[in-house]
Design a protein around this ligand. Structure first.
Ligand SMILES: *Cc1c(COP(=O)(O)O)cnc(C)c1O
Length: 225
């Protein structure tokens, strides 16, 4: 039997599975505009990219009502390129970056929504904060002065492994971190989003409390780097 991939069918399959409170981010990194348009024409409006330059180029070619999510690591000196349009930055993991996002948001007279990336994987990943680092930022005077950013939740990436039990523990960890941080509700911090789960583990992530999944290959097919 030959396998014919249809982006529209893939999207429908995933969507039919999702509970109402879970948002789907279609991760379109490395994929051409015609693939994004196929998803768009099937009703998808939220797209995730992991490189700012690529997201900026695609934003210029896609319809205006697309919501662009930056899901990758963000370099401070590149925030300015996406500040006018980005709708959610998932990978905020230090205060200096947050300050820069706030500064660029002011220039565009807008509030930029962000998630704190939390370290949950056992493997040594360079990015992400520990609970206490996130807590320290949220409790600080300096943070309360950043009026043009809003922390909407947390994001995490599980260890790259087939061990579902380990992934589950890491997802539960992120949910617990979210629950604790949620108590620190302030003007610019209202936690409602838990961004966790990708093609291989989104069902598990949803069972562990995810409210936002980031799915690439299950929609667009495997990526050739
Ligand atoms: C690429 C990527 C995804 C999507 O991965 P798939 O396995 O293709 O679904 C999700 N989150 C982040 C941060 C990514 O970089």
């Amino acid at each position: 039997m030959s396998f014919k991939m249809s982006i529209k069918t893939n999207l429908q399959n995933i969507k039919s599975y999702l509970p109402e409170h879970v948002t789907l981010v279609a991760v379109s990194k490395t994929k051409p505009i015609r693939d994004l348009m196929e998803a768009y024409n099937a009703g998808q409006r939220i797209f995730g990219e992991n490189k700012i330059q690529e997201m900026v180029e695609k934003q210029g070619q896609m319809p205006e009502d697309v919501e662009w999510h930056m899901i990758g690591h963000v370099q401070r000196n590149k925030v300015k390129y996406m500040a006018s349009f980005v709708s959610l930055i998932h990978g905020v993991d230090n205060f200096k970056l947050l300050k820069e996002i706030n500064k660029q948001a002011i220039k565009h007279n807008r509030v930029i929504n962000c998630l704190f990336q939390i370290k949950i994987a056992s493997e040594d990943s360079k990015f992400g904060m520990y609970f206490h680092e996130a807590e320290d930022i949220l409790k600080s005077e300096a943070f309360s002065e950043l009026k043009n950013i809003k922390i909407k939740g947390v994001m995490g990436m599980a260890t790259f492994t087939d061990d579902k039990e380990q992934i589950k523990i890491e997802f539960q960890n992120l949910k617990q971190t979210f629950d604790k941080l949620q108590e620190l509700d302030t003007d610019n911090c209202k936690l409602e989003t838990i961004s966790m789960g990708m093609s291989g583990d989104y069902e598990l992530a949803i069972n562990c409390g995810s409210t936002m999944i980031r799915v690439g290959s299950n929609i667009f097919g495997a990526r050739n780097y």
